[in-house]
Structures are given as structure tokens and as C-alpha cells.
Ligand binder design. Structure first.
Ligand code: BTN
Length: 327
């Protein structure tokens, strides 16, 4: 992102009107040049409103991510060096970025946020809609000595970590998890998790854990999402605090990962059960090969989905997509 655009956004971040002349003076630019930058901002999906005699404003304001404001929410101390917390204006994908870092560096843990992703990835080859400064896009790397197949439950505990953070933020009701790793509010998708596992050097496996949390999605980019969704702004009915959310989220992820690394899924199974949207409900489990109907019975000790079919036979699934059946 251009430096001038970033400075302009900082000036407009309070949500108030600023005249073109004053903005121009502050940035040492003509009013025409300011207008050109504003046009550029719109390309990033940033909603800048222009009004005659008043100037420009970003309705509702804009809270850019700041390292200090994020780390002040970190209570977690183990093995985390804040030098390895990186914040970018723009990346293709935070997962891709951290993956490259880990492949070329030996340092263990990286945490990376970006304001905007040009090629945000979702599960199953989908796109993750990632407009500038409206949501949270985060990836962190973690090293495990577990074999990759033992890490199949990692996404489940990350879901729990996200919900813990959202509860700390003040969202007490309506949150649930849908196997394997959708975070929902009132059955609408609020956050997604994408885990890339790779490499083995001396029995060390790297996990790149990506989290996308919808915080304050503008209308236009929101229209591109192909499933029922929601964001924090709709839930709390006020302007969300992105840095606080990012800090609480990171703290919860680090704490949860430390426990998971030591004890595996076991300490989380009961919690998952309490958050499971489909437990005891009729579902369809869709895999590339088949679609099986039955009743969801939660997860087993490995984190596999348990599904009882109409013959009362119990199936364990390591992968697939769950959809709720009505009627
Ligand atoms: C899903 O499809 O539910 C998973 C979405 C994961 C999105 C996040 S945003 C940060 C990280 N970088 C990516 O490219 N994807 C993940």
C-alpha cells in the first residue's frame, strides 16, 4: 500500500469529516492529489464518503492494527518473542507468507497479521474475502513432535480457542462450532480456520495455523461470501475494537496451543461437546466419495466425527463437510 494512502487513512481513522484542504496541507499534497488517493482507497474496499463543504470521512472510523495495542492483551508468556509478531498492510495470504518464512528460517514461532489479503485462502480451495482493515487475518507457526495424523484434531482446539477469546471480548451467547472447524454465531459463519502442515526435520512438524475472523465487513465485500455469515459488529451492535480482539485471540491461541502440545485433545473434548452445533442432530456428511445421512454424536478421542446411520451403525470420519438437515 502507498505510504500516502496509509497516512491518509490514519487521518481519517476517527470517522469524522476532514476537508480536502486540511488533508492536503497535512500530507503536503494538492486537493486533486488527495482525491486520487481516495479513489485508490476505494479499490481496497474502504468506504470513504465525500460531502460538499464537509470533506471526507470513513463512516464508523477505522482502527488499524498496532503491535503495542495487540500485545498489551497478551498474558501468555511462554516461548513468544514479540519481534516475531509481524503486521503488514497487504499480503497475498498470511498462511502463504508464514509458510515461506518457516521454510527459510529456523526461528520457531512467527505470528503474522495483515490488513488485507489479495489471495486469502479458505478451506477446500475456496477464497477468503479479505478487505482492508475490516477483519482479522492472522497466521502463526507452531512446531510439534506429533506425527501429522495425530494433528488432525488441531483445528478443533483452535476453534475452541477462538470462542474463548470471543467470550473474553464479551460475546456470551450464540457461539458454536461446526465440525471440523467453523466458528459460528447463530448458525452463521463468523470465523474460519485453515491449517497447513508440512515438513519433517528430526521429527519436527510445522503447522501454519490461519484464522480469519469477520469483524466489521463492509456491505460490498460481504456480498461475495457464498454462505450465511456474520461479523462482530452485527453481534455487539457497536464499533468493534480490532486490536483488542486481535490481542485476545492471539493470547487464547498461544495458551491453547501450549496445552494441546502437552496433553493433546483430551482436555478439550468436553468443551468441544458443549459448543458442538450439530450434536444429537440429523446431519449429512459429505466427502468427495459419498454423502452419508445420520445423527451426529460429536467427536471421538482423535477428533473424528461420530455419525450414527439409520441402521444404528457408528461411523468415524477424519474429513468431510457437515451440513445440518432439517425435517
Ligand atoms: C475456511 O474456509 O473456513 C478457512 C478460512 C481461513 C482464512 C484465514 S485468513 C488468514 C489465513 N490466511 C489465509 O489465506 N487463510 C487464513
Amino acid at each position: 500500500m502507498q505510504k500516502k494512502l496509509k497516512l491518509l487513512l490514519q487521518l481519517l481513522s476517527d470517522g469524522k469529516y476532514h476537508s480536502g484542504t486540511i488533508l492536503g496541507n497535512k500530507l503536503k499534497l494538492t486537493r486533486g492529489a488527495i482525491w486520487e488517493i481516495i479513489k485508490h482507497a476505494k479499490k481496497y474496499g474502504i468506504d470513504v464518503e465525500a460531502k460538499t463543504n464537509l470533506g471526507y470521512r470513513i463512516p464508523g472510523g477505522l482502527e488499524l492494527l498496532e503491535k503495542k495495542s495487540i500485545t498489551k492483551h497478551l498474558k501468555h508468556k511462554t516461548g513468544f518473542d514479540s519481534e516475531n509478531l509481524l503486521i503488514f498492510d497487504e499480503l497475498t495470504s498470511t498462511n502463504a507468507y508464514v509458510m515461506d518464512l518457516v521454510k527459510t528460517n529456523t526461528t520457531k514461532k512467527y505470528i503474522c497479521f495483515t490488513e488485507h489479503q489479495t489471495a486469502g485462502r479458505g478451506r477446500l480451495g475456496r477464497t477468503w474475502i479479505s478487505p482492508f482493515a475490516q477483519n482479522i487475518y492472522l497466521s502463526l507457526s507452531w512446531q510439534f513432535s506429533h506425527e501429522p495424523h495425530e494433528l488432525s484434531s488441531l483445528g478443533l482446539v483452535i476453534g475452541i480457542a477462538i470462542i474463548d477469546a470471543l467470550k473474553k471480548y464479551g460475546i456470551k451467547n450464540g457461539l458454536s462450532l461446526k465440525w471440523p472447524n467453523d466458528v459460528l454465531w447463530e448458525k452463521r459463519k463468523l470465523a474460519g480456520i485453515l491449517i497447513d502442515l508440512f515438513g519433517e526435520t528430526h521429527h519436527v512438524y510445522n503447522a501454519i495455523i490461519g484464522v480469519g475472523l469477520n469483524v466489521n465487513m463492509a456491505k460490498k465485500p460481504g456480498e461475495k461470501i457464498e454462505q450465511p455469515w456474520c461479523d462482530i459488529a452485527q453481534i455487539v451492535n457497536s464499533q468493534p475494537q480490532r486490536n483488542k480482539l486481535a490481542g485476545l485471540l492471539l493470547n487464547s491461541l498461544l495458551t491453547t496451543l501450549t496445552t494441546y502440545q502437552k496433553y493433546g485433545l483430551k482436555p478439550f473434548i468436553e468443551k468441544w461437546k458443549n459448543l458442538d452445533l450439530t450434536y444429537g442432530k440429523k446431519i449429512a456428511l459429505i466427502t468427495p466419495k459419498q454423502k452419508i445421512l445420520g445423527t451426529s454424536l460429536g467427536i471421538d478421542e482423535k477428533g473424528y466425527l461420530l455419525l450414527k446411520d439409520h441402521r444404528e451403525q457408528l461411523h468415524h470420519f477424519a474429513a468431510g463437510e457437515v451440513s445440518l438437515r432439517f425435517g
